[in-house]
Design a protein around this ligand. Sequence first.
Ligand code: 5GP
Ligand code: ZN
Length: 118
Amino acid sequence: MITGVSDCLFCGIVAGEIPATKVMENERVIAFRDINPQAPVHVLVIPKEHYPNVAALAQAGDGLLNEVITAAHQVAEAENVSEDGYRVVFNTGLGAGQTVFHVHAHLLGGRSLSWPPG
Ligand code: 5GP
Ligand code: ZN
């Protein structure tokens, strides 16, 4: 487990060094609005601790991944998209479009979401 990785954008948001529009926060997780939203509700949910991707977070095995998903659902409820449905996405690796290597769940909702994704 590594915290506060230098040059990590999302560690900077956790530290309060980079501004973000937070929608929820608890001891180990924060959620904030994506700067380039792809849906009416587009929130990023991250552990405060730095893991590069969801597989590394899963391997840590201390329940933190569960907390990220639980937080995503809480935000979906608070944003009134849980009934209609929402999508949780972890882009993993460059080929999947991951650009920030601090694990984050994209919570997307508020419009109909096509399948398969592009
Ligand atoms: P990825 O491409 O790694 O799956 O997702 C990274 C996400 O972070 C993108 O959706 C992008 O819009 C968002 N993002 C990049 N820089 C910032 C920032 O400074 N603040 C916020 N709130 N979101 C950001
Ligand atoms: Zn980080």
